[in-house]
Design a protein around this ligand. Structure first.
Ligand code: G4P
Length: 523
């Protein structure tokens, strides 16, 4: 029987997200984790299920058209007597703010790199968010089954571009493309993998000691040993303290498609990644894990299931024991919120959640009053910090195609802003909204949902790139005199200065160091 205290339950939990550039192998790896945890019997099932699921929802028709996944999902599975919560970040090419917010609910991240491509732009962007939250990051060098960059060169890239000190735990044996297995640097032994048909079941693993490995692998083994000696020399060994401080990253190598190295990585989630710690409140006081139930909303999604026209708020539990049916207090309004409809959500599929512990994520259905960043608590009040809004990089105008649908247009705009699909901005004395986003796809999702869910088709103007900074009233007054910058107001009252290029921003920053121009990420 497990210890039923929140502290003990938190110690059994690991809550993390995978960050990667599209096509690096995040989906494949996610599925292989499920396979190794015994949550699915055969790989390939998730994709097949996803196909069925997409067909059930109108909204997901857009995903189907584009062949991508827009909605994040939360997967929970058991592994080695632990409960693993994997927060899936949308993996599409066009970036969205959703991905950033998911990281606000994670305690660690796995950075997946395609070994042939190294560090790619989206990995960097996502990593910046991890850095700003000081999230510990594990690195997986994927696709070792194919010719790729030299592993030592990949480590250099990680150090130079990401700024984390790489500390390999496993090291490849065999040339890129003819990958035989890994040295486990902790034991010095060799783990040989054998492929299974389409990687649908766990890869065969055989442990050889150094002597056996030397006689069977010859020069490939010697070369790997030389490289490991080099790593020892530069002190590239796993260091839990600097990993947890977000300064070093334990590195694992493998190939998600053939399952090579997947188990090592999953074990590292349990052995190295941190369990949920007391969450800091807005005044930076920790909320003890054993204090009454509390959590914060990190994602809101309406109409996931058009048949129900519902509104789901995803809440990360931070303290206490959540039991379905309990009444929590919604901190911003001090109103009670009944949790009769709590569920875990995977795509459009739901399962009722009876209870949850720190680190778990629950979906609260019928939660139309809940907004991103809101805190919920039982008995002892708490305010968790707001989730930072990130600087949009694109803006576009939006008009209702049919003026008689003005009411529907307003309702849709308000709802989709609340969900954080786009940011809605206004110029002074201009009722026409300007939409702002991090990625172009946010505009597409906006237009699609306005037409299909709110019956308010929109005409979108072409989008343009901006360098955006948060500003204040006095600086906004100064900026009025310039044509290369516009100040717009967000519905929460924040003033955003939009520069036509980073060049103009840099000039104003150097000419007027006293003006308030903050990159929003750091607020
Ligand atoms: P993503 O979620 O990060 O976007 O990547 P995903 O897992 O969808 O993988 C992208 C492509 O890379 C897929 O090929 C996948 O099969 C392949 N892949 C993933 N891991 C490995 C690996 O370890 N080695 C090799 N060689 N390939 C890998 P695809 O052709 O786009 O799709 P599919 O037809 O294989 O499904």
């Amino acid at each position: 029987m497990n210890d039923p205290t929140p502290t003990a339950q938190a110690a059994r939990r690991r809550t993390f997200a995978i960050i990667s550039h599209p096509d690096a192998g995040k989906t494949t790896l996610t599925e292989k984790f499920l396979l190794y945890a015994g949550a699915i019997q055969e790989a390939g099932a998730v994709k097949a299920q996803a196909g069925r699921r997409r067909a059930t929802s109108d909204w997901m028709a857009l995903e189907q058209q584009r062949g991508i996944s827009i909605s994040s999902t939360v997967l929970q599975f058991d592994y080695r007597d632990h409960v693993v919560n994997l927060l899936d970040t949308p993996g599409h090419r066009d970036f969205s703010e959703d991905t950033y917010r998911v990281l606000a609910a994670a305690d660690a991240a796995i950075m997946v790199l395609d070994s042939a491509r190294g560090v790619e732009p989206q990995t960097l962007k996502l990593f910046e968010v991890c850095r700003s939250r000081r999230l510990p990051v594990l690195t997986f060098l994927n696709k070792m089954d194919r010719p790729g960059l030299e592993p030592l060169a990949l480590l250099d890239e990680i150090e130079e571009q990401i700024g984390l000190r790489p500390t390999p735990v496993t090291w490849p044996v065999g040339d890129p493309g003819s990958f035989r297995g890994v040295i486990d640097r902790r034991s010095g032994g060799f783990v040989r993998f054998t492929r299974t048909e389409r990687g649908s079941t766990a890869a065969g693993e055989e442990e050889l000691d150094a002597e056996q490995a030397a006689s069977e692998l010859g020069t490939a083994w010697e070369r790997a040993l030389d490289e490991c000696a080099l790593l020892d020399e530069v002190g590239a060994v796993v260091d839990q303290k600097s990993f947890l401080a977000g300064e070093s990253t334990p590195v694992f190598v493998g190939s998600a498609i053939t399952n090579f190295g997947v188990r090592h990585l999953l074990d590292a989630i349990i052995d190295l990644a941190p369990s949920p710690a007391p969450q800091l409140d807005a005044d930076e006081n920790p909320r003890p894990l054993d204090s009454p139930c509390s959590g914060f909303v990190f994602k809101v999604q309406a109409n996931m299931n058009p048949a129900h026209r519902d509104h789901v708020a995803f809440v990360r539990i931070c303290s206490g024991h959540f039991e379905r049916g309990m009444t929590l207090i919604h901190q911003p309004t001090s109103k009670p919120f009944a949790t009769k409809y709590a569920s875990s959500v995977f795509g459009a599929e739901r399962m009722t959640v009876e209870d949850a512990w720190p680190g778990d994520v629950i979906g609260l259905v019928n939660a139309s009053g809940l907004r991103i960043g809101d805190s919920l608590y039982l008995d002892t009040p708490v305010v968790f910090p707001r989730i930072p809004a990130f600087p949009p990089e694109l803006i576009a105008s939006a008009h209702s195609k049919d003026v008689s649908r003005h009411k529907q247009f307003r309702r849709g705009l308000e709802q989709l802003e609340q969900e954080g699909v786009v940011q809605v901005l206004h110029r002074v004395n201009d009722p026409q909204p300007v939409l702002a986003a991090v990625g172009q796809m946010q505009f597409e999702v906006f237009a699609h949902r306005m037409a299909h869910e709110f019956n308010a088709p929109v005409e979108m103007g072409s989008y343009s790139q901006r360098t955006v900074r948060l500003t204040d009233g006095p600086t906004a007054e100064h900026l009025k005199g310039y044509t290369v910058v516009q100040v717009l107001e967000r519905s929460d009252g924040a003033l955003l200065a939009m520069f036509e290029s980073p060049y103009f921003l840099a000039r104003m920053e150097s000419d007027h160091p006293d003006w308030v121009l903050t990159p929003i990420l750091t607020t």
